[in-house]
Each structure stands twice: as C-alpha cells, then as structure tokens.
Design a protein around this ligand. Structure first.
Ligand code: FAD
Length: 326
C-alpha cells in the first residue's frame, strides 16, 4: 500500500492495484481508455523521480526521460507524487532577450528560460502569455542551448498570438514556456541513415534545429533539407544554409518556390515535389516534415510511396488554432 499525491489530493493505492484503478476508485478525473497500456490515454507524470520501468512500456524515449508513465501499468513501489495534467501544463518562466525579423513575416524570438529545458532538437513548446493565450511553437535551436530557446513566428493577419508577438512583445517581457513536446525530433542513433527534411515557411525552425544537432553529432548519412515557400520573400536563412552546405559535404540544401521565376540556386516547385523528384528512392531514409498541414499530409503519402517506412516519417503539422479556441 502506497500514498499517491495527485495534484492537490492524497489517495492510497492498495497492493495489487494500479495507479489508474486507485484514481478511479477515488473518483479522480483521469483520462483513460484501453487500461492495457496500448492507447496511452492515461499518461501521467511522476513529480518525484523515475516511475517503475514497467509503467513506461511503449512510451517514446523523450517521454520516459521526462518521467511520464501509464497509470494503468503502474503498480507503485513507493509513495508517489503525480500530475495528471498533460505535459503542456508544466510551465517555466522565460524572458524575451532578442527579437529580429528573418523576413517580412517571420520573427525570430529568443527567450531565456528560468529553468534548464530538457528537449530534443525538433520538439515544440507551448508559449503562454499573461492572459493565458497559448500557442505552440517549434524550437529552432539545437540542444546545446539548454536555457536559451529560439522560435520562428510567422505573422498571420488577425492572428492573436503571432500579431501580438510581432508588434507588442518586447525585449525584457515575460512569457511562460511549457515542457517540450512532440515526437518529431532527432536522436543521434543510426548515424548512417540518410535524412530528408522538408519544411514550408516557419517550418524551417525545427528542421534547422535538427540539422544543427545532426551535424554537431557528426551524422554520417546524407542530410537533405528542402525549404519551400510560394515566393522568394517567404524564404529566409538562404545564405546561412548555403554556407553550412559549403562546410559539411553531407549537408545539401535546396530552397524552393512554387510561384514566379526562381533565381539561380533556387528550385521551382513545391518543396515536397522537388524533393521527391530529386530523391526518388527513400527506402531506409529518416524523414522530418514540418509546416503547412496540407504539405505534411501530402508528403507523408508521397514518402511512403517512395519507399520510406511509416515509422521513419516524423512530422509536425503547424495546425493553426481555431479562432474559437484559446
Ligand atoms: C506542433 C505545432 C508547432 C507549431 N510551430 C510553429 C512555429 O514554429 N512557427 C509558427 O509560426 N507557427 C507554428 N505553429 C502554429 C502556431 O501554434 C499558431 O497556431 C499560429 O502562430 C497562429 O496563432 P495566432 O494566435 O497568431 O492566430 P489565431 O488567433 O489562432 O488565428 C488563426 C487564424 O485564424 C484567423 N482568425 C482569427 N480570428 C478569426 C475570426 N474571428 N474569423 C475568421 N478567422 C479568424 C486569423 O486571421 C488567423 O489566420 C505550430 C503549431 C503546431 C500545432
């Protein structure tokens, strides 16, 4: 029998009982589904060190590392303190230390976080402003900057967070930053794998972080980055990426535009179509797709048809929050 602190309550978990069963018995509002560790609906987080290993069965490495576990698989071995809030509910304070424009519509925002952030390159966080308005943004840097996170925020006309970030947020202002989330991230395993990264607009942010991380780890396979926009003024970091490609023979960068004349060094066409034409066989490749949801959706299909395995396709579609959802 062990005590479990759940948010602001304390309950008892009888021996032979799972954390989920104890919570349900005590009428604690906890999401759950299959009760067998498959659906992962009852994922919670230990606030006092690592949970029992068996309760993390099937979870991605990053979630295990952050002490998330499945309440339905957890037979406590000691008293526990847990949070049943989703990962996004863990916030730390951050201060704006830099704002600069990457192009007319994309802001690079750099935050200094009060606490060290344990993230993988390519993940995203939720940024929350003082009135509670919260939006997801991908981390644009590699893991070397534990406290300093950069984001690329595209301004949407009438967009509440992005317009505010562009126009009203100032250096020195505070924001709250959630725990890193998402499964579209780079791990320095299988270094011989070729990597294909395709992004549109501010979808370059997580991809730039992944490229930087992979090069830092001496990734041995080829790394191909395709960054797309409708027109030239929607692209950015062209010179920086070209310079990187000059430094690392295994890194290849192709900026793409889908409208108008493409200048030298820029491909004409949608980034995903250009990539599939240049790289027709993706068997054994690892893919990262970020940006417009339609592009992500379409490219997943294309990549699969070009031989990529579904488990090797990592994607973050930048779904825009509905006007009615805060
Ligand atoms: C995993 C993930 C990662 C992301 N990463 C990034 C990133 O790195 N960079 C980035 O720029 N974005 C990213 N996004 C998108 C980001 O989270 C926001 O959705 C985006 O910035 C828009 O937020 P907003 O508050 O400015 O717009 P909102 O206020 O949510 O408005 C969204 C759109 O709806 C329109 N709208 C608003 N109100 C109305 C209304 N009453 N009637 C009709 N239309 C209306 C707006 O004009 C706007 O076009 C990501 C999203 C996800 C899910």
């Amino acid at each position: 029998m062990h005590k479990i602190s759940v948010n602001d309550r304390e309950i008892v978990c009888e021996s032979g009982e799972t954390v989920l069963e104890a919570c349900l018995r005590e009428k604690i509002d906890i999401p759950y589904g299959c009760r067998q560790g498959a659906c992962q609906s009852c994922m919670v987080r230990s606030l006092q060190g690592a949970p029992p290993l068996a309760a993390q069965d099937g979870l991605k490495e990053v979630l295990r590392h952050q002490n998330h576990f499945l309440a339905c698989l957890c037979y406590p071995q000691q008293d526990m303190a847990i949070s049943i809030n989703p990962p996004a509910e863990f916030f730390t304070e951050a201060t704006v230390i830099e704002k600069s424009l990457l192009n007319a519509e994309t802001l690079q925002l750099t935050l200094q976080c009060k606490e060290s952030m344990d993230y993988y390159a390519g993940q995203f966080v939720n940024l929350k402003r003082a009135d509670g308005l919260t939006r997801s943004y991908s981390i644009a840097n590699n893991r070397l900057h534990a406290n300093k996170l950069s984001f690329h925020i595209r301004r949407l006309a009438g967009g509440r967070f992005s317009e505010w970030a562009h126009q009203e947020l100032n250096v020195g202002d505070k924001l709250e930053v959630s725990d890193p989330q998402g499964l579209c991230y780079y791990l320095p395993t299988s270094q011989e794998n070729n990597l294909l990264l395709i992004g549109t607009g501010s979808g370059l942010a997580p991809l730039a972080g992944i490229v930087s991380e992979a090069l830092h780890h001496g990734h041995k396979g080829a790394i191909h980055l395709f960054h797309g926009s409708r027109e030239m003024d929607g692209l950015y970091w062209i010179a920086e990426m070209q310079e990187l490609a000059g430094q690392y023979p295994n890194f290849h960068y192709t900026p793409c535009i889908s409208r108008g004349d493409a200048p030298d060094g820029v491909a004409r066409g949608r980034a995903n179509d250009v990539a599939m034409t240049l790289l027709p066989s993706l068997k054994g490749w690892r893919l990262y797709l970020c940006g417009h949801p339609d592009m992500v959706h379409q490219t997943k299909r294309q990549a699969f048809l070009h031989g990529a395995a579904l488990q090797d396709i990592h994607a973050d579609a930048f779904h825009v929050a509905s006007a009615t959802l805060d």
